[in-house]
Design a protein. Structure first.
Length: 446
């Protein structure tokens, strides 16, 4: 897609059978879409596949613009994902990091699959924040999430390419597969909710409500119009799992891979962590404010490897112009965050991993610098950014503090596979295999 934009320009109108797809690949185009005309582009396309996948409860991430979406968005920003509530889950994050570190320490000086361990850490942290405790169906649920993420994104399934054709919907296997996946996942979430409601003594983490407590309380209060349905709650839970766990896990894996591939940066990051925490038994969240270089490492990982190569599709609600070009109403709009983050017009040596480029704090990912939009911008910006970052920062600092790291079998840094598996989430094509060696022993309580 970036190669096409270099040839045809930063704003392209592509035809995928019956679909009109506008692709924005520059900061100026992104600014027009997500700031100047944000309201015009605030909706999401409900393709035939999306309608099957989400039913009558499209949740937060993929819902069309309207009162139902605004209501769920308010719940997220005012109730679920506030700074105070994110801080309240600090004991959960610290405990789950301890489990991750113990797993690594037990395999000290041996090859480990760091991708799998990071995914388990992030998933368990998210599960406990959402429902208050681990649950025995976690592995099955994560497999369902994984299959859901791998389902063909919009513009790649036959019914989406030919939305006016009933025949395309009938002969395609995709809708039936999606309906089966949706039914199984909703049933599992329903079981979790039933158990949560039956157990009146379900513990809220650190004395605070978990996300499911909050959603059920709001439903019982009955003050919303339209009311919050059971399916709405299930879909919101799935959205939070997908957004938080996949984002944090993917970015952490890329950050560690880039550190392994760039020994200079690894040494500098470890030197900072070990200098600031010298003599401490463990990393706690209160220590993270003194680690500015680690923040730069995370920012650079997000620039080179945004969680979504193409931000979640938007839909043009009315005819308009972007950069002087006509955009028809109903067009699907894709913002290429991957290409924008590597645009040489804004970034020197854009393909290199150089955290120092963010020194001075002039560019951030909060949605005002459109050359750097890993979490999007405008009305549809990711509301769970703080929740995802909290999991990343503590875990990365702990990994760098407690362990030295090597690649297996004498592999040189430049030989590490950095190829990407494109999809809704930009994952690594291959798992990250590394050899940890304990440098700072873990305290007994971890």
């Amino acid at each position: 897609m970036r190669d096409l934009s270099r040839r045809y320009g930063p704003l392209m109108l592509l035809r995928f059978c019956e679909l009109r797809v506008v692709v924005a690949s520059s900061a100026d185009a992104a600014r027009e879409i997500m700031k100047t005309q944000d309201l015009t582009f605030a909706s999401r396309p409900m393709t035939p596949t999306a309608k099957v996948l989400f039913g009558d409860s499209p949740g937060i991430i993929t819902a069309p613009y309207g009162e139902a979406w605004r209501q769920l968005r308010r719940i997220c920003t005012v109730e679920l994902l506030t700074s105070r509530r994110v801080r309240s889950f600090r004991p959960v994050r610290e405990e789950e990091v301890g489990r991750l570190l113990r797993s690594l320490a037990q395999s000290s000086s041996s090859q480990v699959n760091l991708s799998e361990l990071i995914s388990a850490y992030v998933a368990d942290s998210a599960v406990r924040a959402v429902i208050g405790s681990r649950f025995k169906g976690r592995d099955a649920f994560l497999r369902m999430l994984d299959r859901r993420i791998k389902i063909a994104p919009p513009a790649q399934s036959l019914p989406d390419l030919f939305p006016s054709s009933r025949l395309a919907l009938l002969i395609s296997q995709m809708p039936r597969q999606i309906e089966r996946e949706r039914r199984e996942m909703m049933e599992l979430i329903g079981t979790i909710i039933d158990e949560h409601q039956e157990n009146s003594m379900a513990a809220a983490v650190g004395g605070d409500e978990d996300f499911l407590h909050v959603l059920l309380r709001i439903q019982r209060e009955g003050k919303l119009d339209p009311p919050l349905t059971d399916d709405d709650i299930k879909t919101v839970i799935i959205d939070i799992f997908m957004a938080s766990s996949e984002t944090s896990s993917t970015v952490m894996q890329w950050a560690m891979a880039e550190l392994m591939r760039n020994p200079r940066v690894m040494r500098k990051a470890q030197d900072e962590v070990r200098r600031v925490l010298d003599g401490k038994n463990e990393v706690i969240e209160e220590s993270l404010g003194g680690l500015p270089y680690l923040d730069l490492v995370i920012k650079e990982a997000l620039r080179l490897h945004p969680p979504g190569t193409l931000l979640i599709p938007r839909e043009c609600r009315a005819p308009c112009q972007v950069l002087g070009f006509d955009v028809p109403a109903g067009s699907m709009v894709l913002v290429n965050a991957w290409a924008i983050g590597r645009d040489p017009a804004h970034w020197e040596q854009p393909e290199e991993f150089l955290p120092e480029r963010f020194e001075g704090g002039t560019v951030d990912f909060k949605g005002t610098d459109f050359e750097y939009i890993p979490f999007g911008a405008g009305r549809r910006m990711c509301p769970g950014m703080g929740f995802a970052l909290a999991s990343m920062e503590l875990a990365l600092a702990s990994l760098l503090y407690h362990f030295n790291w090597e690649l297996p079998d004498g592999m040189e840094p430049g030989e590490l596979d950095m190829s990407e598996l494109m999809g809704i989430i930009t994952r690594r094509r291959s798992d990250l295999l590394v050899v940890p060696t304990v440098r700072v022993p873990l305290p007994a309580k971890i």
